[in-house]
Design a protein around this ligand. Structure first.
Ligand code: NDP
Length: 326
């Protein structure tokens, strides 16, 4: 059992501790029966530490402002995958004292109506943050509506402003899953500066922002995708490998550098079981540390989201105070 390293102090909103007490939860434990050195980077202790910090901050906010931070969950139709995710988010909000608010657009969902609802939520002083159902229902696309959301309430980092600021190294909310992956790496006990990091996947919600966040940690970053020639030649060079491809078992032990730290973001259902993008059995024999699926990045993602809501609430309250004074 080793104490975790403090997160790297850097520019992103996430990188600044929300509470004063550093999170010293221990995240690593040996994998029974696996060679020494292969450690399981479990997400639950990290998530619990973040939630505790946020709960304390929410209570302090409530005492100071007489209200709780609130997260609006915008549903655009029925999506079983999103329903599951939304239930988890609502549960996490409730655990830390954040008010979850359902915002539903039933019936005809035109681009204009979604944009209008996002503008209303952006202007609502009682809403601190907004998340929008994804994937979008047919006929709607994120790109058509997303700029109607105030980037100060963009707690899942989906707006072009958030993505652009992240790419420029400016203060921004990054997508919660990407932040969760890097949060686990921050606590894995390895100085990331100068390491070769390889990210498999380049989606706007996961791969790309992970790469940006690793650049901020001063890694040398390679991004791989479906057109990459000879994926293994890249992954074998990786001191740090983050996989977010949505392809079960894509990365096997023979594709890893011995001792590598591996973060498996993939969530796939195979024969009724949830598995990642990394073949856990072969990878555990080669990697130095690896996240489990399930139980790795997933739990941390929700904790990061509520942390973002808390940060957004505090910023909006400061903005209101400044507006009252001027
Ligand atoms: P997308 O489908 O949007 O993106 C997948 C990316 O992986 C693409 O960039 C694609 O390349 C690349 N890719 C696909 N197959 C290969 C391959 N064989 N070799 C190399 N690259 C490949 O998925 P997401 O980014 O949204 O999600 C990725 C995974 O993460 C999924 O399993 C998803 O379920 C999981 N996820 C987990 C979350 C969590 O909280 N743990 C949250 C969000 C997602 P190209 O761009 O060329 O098509």
């Amino acid at each position: 059992v080793t104490a975790i390293a403090d997160p790297v102090p850097d520019m992103a909103a996430d990188d600044r501790p929300v509470a004063d007490t550093p999170d010293t939860a221990v995240a690593d434990r040996p994998i029974p029966g696996e060679p020494a050195g292969a450690r399981l980077l479990a997400g639950s202790p990290i998530a619990a530490g973040i939630r505790d910090q946020v709960a304390g901050d929410v209570e302090a906010f409530r005492r100071r402002h007489g209200r709780r931070p609130a997260l609006a969950v915008l549903r655009l139709g029925t999506s079983p995958a999103f329903e599951l995710y939304a239930r988890q988010i609502v549960r996490t909000c409730t655990r830390v004292g954040i008010e979850p608010r359902e915002s539903r657009l039933d019936g005809r969902r035109s681009v204009a109506r979604v944009r209008q609802r996002l503008r209303e939520l952006s202007l609502d002083p009682d809403v601190s943050g907004v998340i929008i159902q994804q994937p979008f229902p047919r006929g709607l696309s994120l790109g058509d509506v997303v700029d109607a959301l105030d980037s100060d309430k963009d707690v899942d980092g989906i707006t072009p402003i958030s993505a652009g600021r992240l790419a420029m190294g400016l203060d921004a909310f990054s997508p919660a899953t990407a932040q969760a992956a890097v949060e686990i790496l921050d606590r894995a006990g390895r100085d990331l500066e100068g390491l070769d990091a390889v990210v498999v996947g380049r989606s706007n919600v996961v791969g790309r922002p992970v790469a940006q966040l690793l650049l901020r940690r001063h890694c040398t970053v390679t991004i791989c995708h479906s057109r990459t020639r000879d994926l293994a030649s890249h992954t074998r060079r990786a001191d740090v490998l983050v996989v977010a491809a949505g392809s079960p078992g894509l990365v096997t032990g023979s594709m890893l550098k011995p001792g590598a730290t591996v973060v498996d973001i993939g969530i796939n259902v195979v024969d009724g079981r949830i598995v990642g993008d990394v073949d856990a059995d072969s990878a555990c024999a080669v990697a130095g540390a690896i996240t489990p699926v399930p139980g790795g990045v997933g739990p941390v993602t929700n904790a990061i989201l509520v942390r973002h809501v808390m940060i957004a609430a505090r910023r909006l309250a400061e903005r209101e105070t400044r507006a009252r004074r001027s």
